[in-house]
Design a protein around this ligand. Sequence first.
Ligand code: NI
Length: 194
Amino acid sequence: MSDYLPLNPFVMGFDLKTGLSEDTQSTKRSLSKMSGMYHDDEAYKKILEKEDPLVYEFYELKIPNYASDLLFGTSITYPGKVGNEYYMTKGHFHEVLETAEVYYTLSGEGFMLLETPEGEWKAEPLSAGKALYVPPRWAHRSINSGSTPLVTFFTFRGDAGHDYGTIEQKGYRKLIVEGSDGKPEIIDNPKWSE
Ligand code: NI
C-alpha cells in the first residue's frame, strides 16, 4: 500500500450518556429516510404528515479505509415507535462480508438483530456495560426497546464498508415489536422477500 498515509494518534470524546461528540459532526437519519423499512406503512405515513423525527445518528470518522486501520464511533438510536415497531437503524452487511465488529453498550437498552445471507438469525440483548461480538457475515441492526437513547460504541476493520442496499431491498427476516403485554416480541417480517 504505497499510497497509505498513516494518521497521527488522536483522542476524541463521546459522552457516556448521550453518545454525542463535541469534536465532530454525526450522520443523522430521520424517519423520512427509512421509507418501507417499518412494517406498518399507515403508521409511518401518519407520523411524517406531522413531523420527521430523528430516529438515529452515528459517527463516521475520516479514517483511511485500509484493512490495517480501525473505524470507530458511537451510534445513538432514539426511543420511539412506528405503530408497534421500535425505532431502529437501517442495518447493514459489511461490503467485505468476512469482517467482524464489536459493539459496547454505553447507555440504554434494546437489541441487536443479526442475520446471515444463509438465513440464520439472532436477537441479542444490548444493555449498558455489555459488549457484543458481531462475527463476520452477520448483518446487524440496533433496536431501541427502552425509553432512553440506546448508545453503543463500535469498532470494525477500516476496509469493511457498508452494504445497506441488501437490507433496503429485502428487509430483515424478523422484526422486533412491542407485544400486547408491553414487552418486546420477535415476529416474522411480513415484507421480507427472498
Ligand atoms: Ni457494521
